[in-house]
Write a protein that binds this ligand. Structure first.
Ligand SMILES: [Zn+2]
Length: 336
């Protein structure tokens, strides 16, 4: 039994960051910054558990969607006029351990077999498992740089291609990348920070009433997980339906010239590199508007998501100063 997502106390920013990525996965993942023991991994698992099942090609190692894009193995079946049957499965949280090898991440091709028998045999890696799921990397700042690059590249392209000696195998690799880091334990290269769609902060709760609530619910859950789940079931279904509706709605929300101008008005006043911030801000605001069941993007939507989109992109500063920059951002909205 998994702790219900809706029963997680506070941490609204982290919850929102995750939900926005579910509504529009092209936002590009979320980096969760905070101390240990702040329910980061629990939250991701709880959200995966709450989401509706997805349709996948039965037996496919990378959960190809029935409408594609397809992996090399499914494509071969289609070419041979084999029927692809479909099944429904729950979304999963695939964890990427520290110290993982490149082969384990991208998968390997049995090249000998390919040459001898002309048969492609692919040993899937973590990216295959992660397709259409969550890819969770705890303490991503401690992961080797070349592995982080691999993750961010495949996440951006949505595909993983393994090529050796003229033999190649590819599969879709579309996942929601969730990285966590404790800023006290080392930083992430600035180029990498910028490639995470959103960045959220989690804090251990200081307020007494909230801490009491965390404790009460945890004990209640541990004593009787099923009973606890029943209590929260209605809220769970409500949120699930809200996310389903938002996923249907977000692409119908128009990106008007006014909204684009408002986005640029915000980003041009801050010291940011490149245009990624503009794109993410627009997408996140649209996903948020859809989540709020609205049909257009307003200034309030931009204001709500701006800290998540921008705080890790503000000019390279030590982490303590990043929170100072968040203040600057708030000021910018106040002065509007
Ligand atoms: Zn497939």
């Amino acid at each position: 039994m998994i702790y219900p997502f809706t029963a997680i106390v506070d941490q609204e920013e982290m919850k929102l960051g995750l939900i926005l990525n579910v509504i529009d996965p092209s936002i590009g993942g979320v980096l969760i910054m905070g101390e240990k023991g702040t329910a980061k991994s629990t939250s991701v698992r709880a959200l995966a558990d709450l989401l509706p099942e997805i349709e996948v090609v039965e037996g496919c190692f990378c959960n190809c969607a029935s409408e594609g894009p397809f992996c090399s193995a499914c494509l071969e079946k289609i070419e041979n006029n084999e029927n692809l049957s479909v099944e429904k499965v729950k979304m999963r949280v695939v964890e990427l351990p520290l110290g993982v090898t490149e082969d384990r991440v991208v998968g390997t091709l049995d090249i000998e077999r390919a040459i001898k028998y002309g048969e492609k045999r692919f040993e899937p890696g973590i990216l295959a498992e992660a397709n259409r799921n969550f890819l969770y990397v705890d303490e991503i700042n401690l992961l080797e740089d070349h592995i982080v690059d691999l993750l961010l590249d495949s996440a951006a392209m949505g595909i993983n291609v393994v090529e050796r000696e003229g033999v190649s195998f590819k599969h879709p690799a579309r996942y929601i990348l969730v990285g966590t880091m404790n800023p006290e334990e080392g930083e992430l290269r600035p180029q990498l920070l910028d490639r995470f769609g959103l960045c959220v902060q989690v804090n251990s709760l200081k307020e007494k009433s909230l801490r009491v609530e965390v404790l009460k619910r945890k004990i209640e859950f541990d004593d009787d997980p099923e009973g606890f789940y029943k209590e929260w079931e209605e809220k769970q279904i409500e949120l699930r339906n809200k996310i389903i509706r938002a996923k249907e709605l977000y692409k119908k929300i128009p990106i008007t010239d006014e909204v684009i101008e408002e986005v640029v008005k915000i980003t041009s006043q801050l010291s940011l590199d490149g245009h990624r911030a503009d794109i993410v801000l627009l997408k996140a605001a649209r996903a948020y508007a859809a989540f709020m069941e609205k049909t257009s993007i307003t200034w309030e939507d931009l204001e709500k998501v701006a800290p998540l989109c921008l705080r890790h992109r503000l000019k390279r500063l030590p982490f303590e100063e990043i929170s100072g920059e968040t203040e600057k951002l708030k000021e910018l909205f106040r002065s509007k």
